[in-house]
Write a protein that binds this ligand. Structure first.
Ligand SMILES: C[S@@+](CC[C@H](N)C(=O)[O-])C[C@H]1O[C@@H](n2cnc3c(N)ncnc32)[C@H](O)[C@@H]1O
Length: 225
């Protein structure tokens, strides 16, 4: 068996971008399921996704009536896929470990979906998210559950030629999350651990075969502290 190739994160997503939305990925399924169960959003609100990738979550928010959508990513190829989806969204290239070029308190809803696994220190992106959040705003994080990430489950894919590609990822136990929320002046308004049983019998086989109790994604809802 050939060894997996490791690329830096942006380079890996540049390669993955054209096939990302068609890839059989249980995490993408689980995160999408969790997000589809969010309470109804107010259409006029401004929503921002950190690491929006191909824009699949922005498209889901648009389908729920949200019109003011912003997304950024540091992979130009992932952003190019998002741009194909909708020319009206505000999309730009940025690294979530650095300052985001948006004004203080300009956003009502911020989403992180399957992106913070690539960040060693959770505090800088969460502090930026807190800075951007308007009074009464909400931050939603859906990420690989620590039980899985601590067992070496992280983003990876196969190219069209069958080559396995891996990239840097960081497992964050619950204590890391709670300390980072505290340092970013955020409080946990809600927490759900999505288990295989929550996805129903039509979930992908990769999810069902670990058994009904296995938690796949952790879903945090945060408010300003
Ligand atoms: C697994 S994909 C998730 C994409 C999208 N959020 C979704 O749920 O389909 C992770 C995305 O995070 C982006 N990403 C990772 N680290 C990043 C960083 N430091 N700054 C900006 N984007 C980043 C990647 O380029 C990729 O598009």
């Amino acid at each position: 068996m050939s060894e997996a190739k490791t690329l830096d994160v942006a380079a890996a997503y540049d390669v993955w971008a054209p096939s990302y939305d068609r890839y059989d990925n249980p995490m993408v399924y689980a995160a999408g399921h969790a997000l589809s169960h969010m309470p109804v959003l107010v259409a006029q609100k401004t929503c921002l996704e950190f690491g929006c990738g191909t824009g699949r979550n922005l498209a889901a928010l648009a389908a729920r009536g949200v019109s003011n959508l912003i997304g950024f990513d540091f992979s130009s190829a992932m952003l190019a896929e998002a741009r194909k989806r909708d020319g009206d969204w505000t999309l730009f290239q940025a690294d979530m470990n650095e300052a985001i070029p948006l004004p203080d308190q300009s956003v009502d809803f911020i989403l992180f979906s399957l992106t913070l696994e690539h960040v060693a220190d959770l505090v800088p992106p969460l502090q930026e998210a807190r800075r951007l959040l308007r009074t009464g705003g909400v931050i939603k994080i859906v990420e690989i559950h620590p039980f899985l990430s601590l067992n070496d489950i992280s983003a990876h894919f196969k190219t069209a030629d069958g080559e396995e590609v891996t990239m840097p990822a960081f497992a964050h136990p619950f204590q890391d999350w709670l300390e980072a929320f505290d340092q970013a002046s955020l409080r946990v308004a809600d927490l759900k651990e999505w288990q295989a049983r929550d996805f129903g019998t039509k979930a992908p086989a990769k999810i069902l075969r670990r058994g009904p109790d296995w938690p796949w994604v952790v879903d945090w809802t945060l408010s300003p502290a």
